[in-house]
Design a protein around this ligand. Sequence first.
Ligand SMILES: [Zn+2]
Length: 62
Amino acid sequence: MPRELACRKCKALTTGKVCPVCNSTDLTTKWSGLIIVLDPEKSQIAKILNLKASGRYAVEVS
Ligand SMILES: [Zn+2]
């Protein structure tokens, strides 16, 4: 499984070179934790972390 990159701006994970959520190219391999948001409207975690779109996110990005 290829190591995914985490966006430094919104913490979304991607295997590409551009963040699929905010289109940032400021990505890093240095992240930990994994959150999968299926429905940001109903997810408490998404609210706490202020995630607006469904997808996979890192908990911590350095
Ligand atoms: Zn992003």
